[in-house]
Design a protein around this ligand. Structure first.
Ligand code: HEC
Length: 92
């Protein structure tokens, strides 16, 4: 079920000018853009790429406590994560 939801989010991603790397548009299903006041899940657009990459790698290795991000981060390779982070950082 969670995988089906994740794939649905992946396919529903908005078409933006710069072609996003695979998986990058799936993040906004939970991480609202722009950030909503009081939202429990922080926005990612415009965040420094190094910060997003570091968090994703820590989730992936199980070093950072998570409810869902550990599983999501494991769905991407260590090469895909910096590409997604760079794209998110470049978004307004
Ligand atoms: C199913 C909802 C969901 C999706 C999809 C999702 N996230 Fe998350 N994200 C969360 C939640 C919830 C947290 C808080 C940590 C936790 O509970 O897992 C979080 C936390 C994070 C954080 C840490 C932010 C901070 O400042 O603490 C980063 C970075 C992050 N996500 C990146 C991503 C990226 C990149 C993607 C797309 C590949 C993504 N997320 C997709 C729900 C989601």
């Amino acid at each position: 079920m969670r995988l089906a939801l994740f794939l649905a989010l992946l396919l529903a991603g908005p078409a933006l000018a710069a072609p996003p790397p695979p998986g990058a548009t799936a993040c906004s299903g939970c991480h609202a853009q722009p950030a909503r006041a009081g939202a429990a899940i922080p926005a990612l657009h415009g965040r420094p790429a190094a910060e997003i990459t570091a968090a994703m790698l820590a989730f992936r290795r199980g070093e950072r406590p998570a409810t869902v991000m550990d599983r999501i981060a494991k769905g991407f390779t260590e090469a895909e994560i910096p590409a997604i982070s760079a794209w998110l950082a470049a978004q307004p």
